[in-house]
Ligand binder design. Structure first.
Ligand code: ADP
Ligand code: MG
Length: 267
């Protein structure tokens, strides 16, 4: 832990939170989709977000990755404000260029994989580090090979996405998210589009990331998986956090009726 010297005193300076969501409200017309969300995620922590369809889970992830802008509130990642900067006591918007640079520090894995269909698996993983000027083509290809090995697809580097199963495509998407060495990775229902027999291989890769200390925020309905990997489970309904806590508490002894109802439906 770093220390700071202030007026002769030595103060311990805590590491910034990996993610802080402060009083975030998001609405579309009269529809309040996020209604005051506060969430702090510590470095290395694995947070699973649960909630019924339409409760605002995807919108929350999209606000964190500033694919959406909140009407009120703000988000910081690794201690840095996302999408805005402080200007006195006001928040000012950032340039598109800065936003892109910030976004590259946040990995995002979608339900629908979203691989580039015209690129090989290797190029899908290597593209972003080259495009952002972080790595040469050769170094990015080497990194991509390492990451493909890590997700168990070392032998698929030359294949195209259409030649892979959904589970394999999603593992490529995870390798692609890792290629920018993000401080945090957001997953939006990463296994919902998969045939049941392919879910396990994707969850195994995410579990490997979880146990190796990567900071993860995962929206999923896989309750067994949440119980195994989550440090914390957050239950959202109607754009609000209804309850949160360790999985043993939220999943096995939920305090709120709405949480109990939801769990009864998905378990
Ligand atoms: P979840 O991921 O929990 O299923 P979402 O965050 O996708 O929920 O959506 C929450 C609510 O916000 C839904 O009622 C959805 O219809 C609405 N919504 C999401 N995006 C938009 C949009 N771009 N315009 C209008 N309504 C939206
Ligand atoms: Mg969603």
């Amino acid at each position: 832990m770093s220390t700071a010297h202030t007026r002769g005193q030595t103060l311990e300076k805590p590491a910034p939170a990996a993610l802080e969501v402060h009083g975030v409200h998001k609405w579309y017309g009269a529809h309040r989709v996020l209604d005051g969300i506060d969430l702090t995620v510590r470095p290395g922590e694995v947070t699973v977000i649960l909630g019924p369809s339409g409760s605002g889970k995807s919108t929350l992830l999209r606000v964190i990755n500033h694919l959406e802008k909140p009407e009120i509130g703000h988000v910081s990642v690794g201690g840095e404000l996302i999408g805005v900067k402080r200007h006195g006591d006001r928040l000012k918007e950032l340039s598109e260029r800065t936003i892109l640079a910030q976004r590259s520090r946040i990995g995002f894995v979608f339900q629908s994989f979203n691989l580039f269909p015209h690129l090989t698996v290797l190029d899908n993983v290597a593209a972003a580090p080259v495009a952002t000027g972080r790595l040469t083509r050769a170094a990015a290809a080497e990194l991509a090979r390492e990451l493909l090995d890590r997700v168990g697809l070392g032998d698929k580097a030359g294949a195209y996405p259409r030649q892979l199963s959904g589970g394999q495509q999603q593992r490529v998407a995870i390798a692609r998210a890792l290629a920018l060495r993000p401080g945090i990775i957001l997953f939006d229902e990463p296994t919902s589009a998969l045939d049941p027999e392919l879910v396990g291989e994707v969850l195994a890769v995410i579990k490997d990331l979880a146990t190796s200390g990567t900071t993860l925020v995962i929206v999923t309905h896989e309750i067994g998986f949440a119980r195994e990997v989550a440090d914390r489970v957050v239950f959202i309904d109607g754009g609000r956090i209804v309850e949160e806590g360790p999985p043993g508490q939220v999943l096995d002894r939920p305090r709120h009726e709405r949480t109990r109802d939801f769990l009864a439906k998905v378990l």
